[in-house]
Design a protein around this ligand. Structure first.
Ligand code: HEM
Ligand code: HEM
Length: 182
C-alpha cells in the first residue's frame, strides 16, 4: 500500500512519519546528552552533546511546532484511539506534544531573560541585552529539567507500548507509524 503525504484513519502519512522519526532520533540524542550530563559529566561524548544542548533543543522546538501544526491540519483523518487504553494512548500523545513544545520554549525564554544573547547553531536569535528578567528565568529554572525528565518517562512508556503492539499483540498499531501496513 502506498503511503500518502496526509494521514488517513488507517495509518499516518509520510510527513507525520518523517517528523516522528526525525524527532525520535534527535530527542534520543538530546536526552542522552542530559543523562550523561548528570551521570558521566566530563566524558568526551557528554562535552560534545552538552555544548550543543541549546542549539539542538532550539531545532527540536521548531520541529515540534511544525509537527503540532501538521497534526492539527490532519486532526480529522488520523487513526482513531478507541477504548480505555486507546484513549490513554491518545492523552499521552497529546501530553508528549505539549512537553515537546513547553520544555524547549521555557529554556529559550530563560536564555532571553538572562540577557546574554542566544545563537543556536551560530545564528544570532537575540543579541545580549545585559539585562536580567527574573520572571523569564524562574519558570525554566524550576520546570525545564523536571518536565524534560517527565517527557523521557513518557517516551520510555510509549516505546514499550509500541513494541508490545508489534511483538505480542501483532495488531497493526505499530505499522500505522513505522514500516509497511500488514
Ligand atoms: C526538547 C528540548 C530539550 C530537552 C529534552 C532538554 C532536556 C534537558 C534536561 C533533561 C535537563 C536537566 C539536566 C540536569 O538535570 O542536569 C536540561 C537542562 C538544561 N537545559 Fe535543556 N532541554 C531541551 C532544550 C533546551 C534549550 C532550547 C535550551 C537553551 C535555550 C536548554 C538549556 C538548558 C540548560 C541551560 C540546562 C541546565 C539548567 C537546568 O537544569 O534548567 N535546553 N535540559
Ligand atoms: C523508536 C521509538 C518509537 C517508536 C517505535 C514509536 C512508535 C509509535 C507508533 C507505533 C505510533 C502510532 C501509535 C498509534 O497510532 O496509536 C506512534 C505515535 C506517536 N509517537 Fe511514537 N514512537 C517512538 C518514539 C517516539 C518519541 C521519541 C516521541 C516523542 C515524544 C513519540 C511521540 C509520538 C506521538 C506524539 C505519536 C502520535 C502521532 C503524532 O502526533 O505524531 N514517539 N509512535
Amino acid at each position: 500500500m502506498r503511503t500518502s503525504c496526509f494521514d488517513t484513519p488507517e495509518r499516518y502519512g509520510r510527513v507525520s512519519r518523517v517528523l516522528h522519526g526525525a524527532m525520535a532520533l534527535l530527542l534520543t540524542v538530546q536526552l542522552l546528552g542530559a543523562l550523561l550530563h548528570v551521570f558521566a559529566r566530563g566524558v568526551s561524548l557528554e562535552r560534545l552533546l552538552w555544548s550543543n544542548h541549546g542549539s539542538l533543543g532550539f531545532l527540536l522546538l521548531l520541529l515540534a511546532v511544525l509537527r503540532g501544526t501538521w497534526g492539527l491540519v490532519n486532526i480529522g483523518r488520523r487513526p482513531l484511539h478507541t477504548g480505555v487504553l486507546g484513549r490513554l494512548a491518545g492523552v499521552s500523545h497529546l501530553l508528549m506534544h505539549a512537553l515537546m513544545i513547553l520544555v524547549p520554549f521555557l529554556a529559550v525564554l530563560r536564555a532571553y531573560g538572562r540577557g546574554r544573547g542566544f545563537s543556536p547553531f551560530g545564528m544570532p536569535l537575540f543579541e545580549a541585552s545585559g539585562q536580567e528578567i527574573p520572571a523569564l528565568i524562574t519558570p525554566a529554572s524550576t520546570f525545564h529539567g523536571l518536565l524534560a525528565w517527565v517527557l523521557l518517562a513518557l517516551i520510555v512508556g510509549h516505546v514499550a507500548a509500541a513494541v508490545y503492539h508489534r511483538v505480542v499483540l501483532k495488531d497493526g498499531v505499530f505499522s500505522r507509524m513505522w514500516g509497511r501496513a500488514y
